[in-house]
Design a protein around this ligand. Sequence first.
Ligand code: FAD
Ligand code: SF4
Ligand code: SF4
Length: 479
Amino acid sequence: MAENKMLKFVSVPRDMPEKRLATARREDFQEIYAEFARDKAAEQSSRCSQCGVPYCQTHCPLHNNIPDWLRLTAEGRLQEAYEVSQATNTFPEICGRICPQDRLCEGNCVIEQSGHGTVTIGSVEKFITDTAWDEGWVQPIRPARERTESVGIIGAGPGGLAAADYLRRAGVQVTVYDRYDRVGGLMTYGIPGFKLEKEIVDRRTKQFEESGVEFVLNCKVGEDISFDAIRGKHDAVLIATGVYKSRDLPDSEHGGVVRAIDYLTASNRKNFGDDVPEYDSGELNAEGKKVVVIGGGDTAMDCVRTAIRQGAESVKCLYRRDRANMPGSQREVANAEEEGVDLVWLSAPKGFECGPEGVKGVHVHKMRLGTPDATGRRMPEKIEGADYLEEADLVVKALGFEPEDLPTLWGVEGLEVTRWGTVRAEFGTGATSLDGVYAVGDIVRGASLVVWAIRDGRDSATAIVNYLDQSASAGVAAE
Ligand code: FAD
Ligand code: SF4
Ligand code: SF4
């Protein structure tokens, strides 16, 4: 009888790819995890118990066929594993790197629940597609039949690109418009290289170009071209513009107090080798500075770890709740602490101390956790008389993002938004209040995750193809 290669979780312990030492990580913007070796990936995949009802898959926003690609990897059938993996995901190697797996697939693995340590799904997913790239299995899309209809996509982030992928698979002509000079949205200019090296995004961009996707870059819709002009050029339009309006603190417009998105974009641009005057002037550069980052999410963690790599004198992160109640991933917090970041819990900004040269410190309220709010989360309360001054000469505000007011910015009538300002779109299709106009990703959900933007893009592409089919049938019937 053939040996069963699976269910090894009792005898094989959980293992992650090697993590670089913090001392080395602090010196560069390279990713911090190495790749699995082939036999290690097979060994770790073999821990999966091939559940009849795989909770990992249920809790993956893409419903990736995880048990199947784990089994194929354990059996050494990597090309087949890649085919299964890419069928449901435009960017498996990116999700494998940056999904918060502890809250999604891995956090719901039954082996984790039974105390054996989760199957390392994300690392295997990354390994499969990185191998596929190395082996030349990742090829441009060649649809069985080209269609004449075209779709205009506004936004070259993961939501827009996932839709472009599935539309091209269906043979639809695709043009993607973006105000930036590079493709990738926040995968290119938000997320730092130590989580996602930029070559990983670049090789996908080339694949899209070779697949016939046309990119119109440095093109800001609402300024360089109107929304109506895009609608007039295409048979359907997809809005995938993300959310970029930073939440702010009152009275925080001072020299040396900057927004996280500006700070991270400047750092990413510098690492591309671009000319970045605000970095060179020191305005958006932490070198030699006492840095304070305000916020407790993943963006705050990206800022503190960027500041460490830029050579800051000290890096502190102020968060008004405690470790257990912070929104950021615990894995990222641990990485930040290893690299030398000082997490200052139960601390909220009260105001800024400024001199002629700019900011000199942050006045801090010490907090404690009080009674739970309507969501059950304990509310932070001020401790009277415990305020203090945290010295700083660069303060980064990482308090989250909100949508811009698209109907006003673009002068579009009839595009409905929700009370939070996100575009109102039908669940499962992304259809908006305008005929033939769809919306996906953060501009619909509010600030979310790459994997959810991919899911939306995939769903919306299916809906758009149906819409094009129906429009074509209606056209034939009218003739
Ligand atoms: P975006 O990626 O924001 O792309 C939108 C694109 O639209 C941009 O390229 C923008 O230039 C373009 N655009 C906007 N307006 C216009 C216009 N008027 N005309 C033309 N183009 C326009 N998620 C994770 O899953 N894991 C992580 O580790 C993670 N880390 C993050 C770190 C940071 C610092 C930030 C800010 C976010 C992070 N996220 C992470 C969230 C994730 O990046 C987003 O949820 C995801 O990128 C949303 O995809 P999107 O396609 O909706 O929008
Ligand atoms: Fe897990 Fe994300 Fe991959 Fe889904 S896409 S299997 S949630 S890492
Ligand atoms: Fe395998 Fe865990 Fe998924 Fe079960 S839940 S199929 S053990 S990865």
